[in-house]
Design a protein around this ligand. Structure first.
Ligand SMILES: *Cc1c(COP(=O)(O)O)cnc(C)c1O
Length: 406
């Protein structure tokens, strides 16, 4: 073994010692409300497939038809020869969906954040970011030379203080950046307050709606529609990989924003465009979201049922306001133990620990989808009840009840 592998091996051993070693779970079935792992079926509580669209017949048919007509790959980056009619059609539909003048697609939501932050922010500018924003926003900010200001999670006086500092520092453009729905806690950003503060300080706002599109707003238009803030958020980032059920990312906003990205968004300039089958499936997904609003209704019905069930069992679901429902149990090892107990009871829900969340906020993060049946959710709740009992996670006693009862 060379020094290279040896030094990697040392770091991996350190990970193992800290309990941060995670083998990949391999699914032997489509991504659905139940999945097969190791020859067994599990109720799946950890996909981002909110509306169940990835197995929707309309999307599958669209992907097959487009692949037959246009080929398996796009063969170039967008600016050279990788822009096909389908890409433009998807972008026009996304702009309508998001209520903006224009939209631009990218290979993923991750690269959409890198592209937009890297191209709209320069040395003369400032970015003001919620401390719990997604990793791709953090990395996108790292790629810029703009001044960086973090504010405590959803803390509006904190945001105002940072805006004052950014203004005082003489920034040319100031961009306030937030997730619409936060991916680990399922809480919603206070967008009306954020937008008002930004406007007061002459700052622009960027919202990453990866976990809000398909979930919040009319027909899943997202958090800006949910709060009726059309026209007051300059940059909307979204993913085609979660509720939309396929793969890709996009940025929606003004024509100026789109043109800026086309000319200087590095992941746009230097990474190949989405394959035709993927683009066609995304177009089909937007059509389904318009024609089948009952999917979004079912998602919420399922989410409310499941969240109420967990809370009734005495689990700490944190600040969740959306179908992302964390079950917070403390140290990372406890989250792993809960996940293991659930797995033994036919439920697949992955543990999340440090450094993704704080050391004492280890959790099993659950996401129900429109595809789950009530029977599946009730079976999952039973598994949580049994696992909670085994791990000594006690339901809260009704007021006045004696301690130590049955
Ligand atoms: C998942 C996620 C992304 C990345 O999207 P991909 O399409 O999976 O690359 C970006 N931002 C947020 C907030 C996310 O949750």
């Amino acid at each position: 073994m060379s020094d290279f592998e040896e030094s990697l091996g040392e770091e991996l051993s350190e990970l193992r010692r800290e309990g941060r070693w995670h083998p990949l779970t391999v699914l032997e079935s489509p991504q659905d409300s139940e999945v097969e792992i190791g020859g067994k079926r599990f109720i799946n509580l950890c996909s981002n497939n909110y509306l169940g669209l990835n197995t929707h017949p309309h999307l599958i048919e669209a992907a097959i038809a487009a692949t037959k007509k246009w080929g398996a790959g796009s063969g170039a980056v967008r600016t050279i020869a990788g822009t096909q009619l389908l890409h433009e059609e998807l972008e026009q539909k996304l702009a309508v969906f998001k209520g903006t003048r224009a939209a631009l697609t990218l290979p993923s939501g991750f690269t959409a954040n890198l592209a937009v932050l890297g191209s709209v922010l320069g040395e003369a500018d400032a970015v003001v970011s919620d401390e719990l924003n997604h990793a791709s926003i953090i990395d996108g900010i790292r790629l810029t030379k703009a001044r960086r200001y973090l504010f405590p999670h959803k803390d509006m006086p904190g945001l105002e203080q940072r805006l004052t500092e950014a203004r005082g520092g003489g920034a040319r453009r100031i961009l306030v950046v937030t997730d619409g729905v936060f991916s680990m806690d399922g809480d919603i950003a206070p967008l009306p307050e954020i937008v008002e503060l930004a406007e007061a300080y002459g700052a622009a706002v960027m919202v990453d709606d990866a976990h809000a599109s398909g979930v919040l707003g009319r027909n899943g238009r997202g958090s800006i529609d949910h709060f009726q803030l059309e026209g007051r958020v300059q940059v909307q980032v979204g993913t085609l990989s979660k509720a939309v059920g396929v793969l890709g990312g996009y940025v929606a906003g003004s024509q100026e924003l789109r043109d800026t990205l086309i000319h200087s968004g590095r992941p746009f300039l230097f990474s190949t465009s989405q394959p035709p089958g993927v683009v066609a499936a995304c177009i089909a997904a937007l059509e389904v979201m318009e024609k089948e609003p009952e999917l979004q209704a079912r998602l919420w019905e399922n989410a409310r049922h499941f969240k109420a069930g967990l809370e009734q069992l005495g689990f700490d679901c944190g600040q969740s306001e959306t179908p992302i429902t964390p079950v917070i149990v403390g140290e990372g090892e406890r989250a792993v133990a809960l996940s293991d107990e659930l797995r033994q009871r036919g439920v697949f829900a992955t543990p999340i620990g440090f450094p993704t969340v704080a050391r004492d906020r280890g959790r099993v993060r659950t996401i129900v989808t429109a595809a789950h049946t009530m029977a599946q959710l009730d079976r999952a709740l039973e598994a949580f009840a049994d696992a909670g009992r085994i791990l000594g996670i006690e339901p809260p006693r009704p007021a006045g009840a004696p301690a130590g009862g049955a």
